[in-house]
Design a protein around this ligand. Structure first.
Ligand code: FES
Length: 125
């Protein structure tokens, strides 16, 4: 059912945890299943220099969050806003259609964390 890459990110997720000095924090819930994700970002000069996540979600949510955090780390906030759940699923060699909604958690939590940073910094994206 899952690609080798999904299984690898699920069993060895990157960037799990919290960042005490985060200056962008986003928390979202999945309207389909009720699962929750929180993303912590350390942003300097509009570049995401560090990122962590915590999730109360399924294996697909863990794997897509792991990949999504890898994809946005080192990017500017403008670039990171363009990372979609589809691009994350592609980077994982695909997800079963029934699990695509799980990948939305990572995309939405990343966007919420960037929005939170912009609000703190009085920035408009
Ligand atoms: Fe809820 Fe996958 S079933 S995130």
């Amino acid at each position: 059912m899952y690609s080798d890459k999904v299984m690898e990110h699920f069993t060895n997720p990157r960037n799990i945890g919290e960042l005490p000095d985060a200056n962008g924090v986003g928390e979202v819930g999945n309207s389909k299943c009720g699962d929750i994700m929180k993303v912590f970002m350390k942003i300097e000069d509009d570049v995401i220099v560090d990122i962590r996540f915590k999730t109360f979600g399924c294996g697909a949510a863990v794997a897509t969050s792991s990949m999504a955090t890898e994809l946005v780390k080192g990017k500017t906030i403008e670039e990171a806003m363009k990372v979609t759940n589809k691009s994350v699923a592609e980077a994982l060699d695909g997800l079963p259609a029934i699990k695509m909604h799980c990948s939305l958690l990572a995309e939405e939590a990343i966007k919420a964390a960037i929005q939170n940073y912009c609000e703190r910094e009085n920035k408009v994206l």
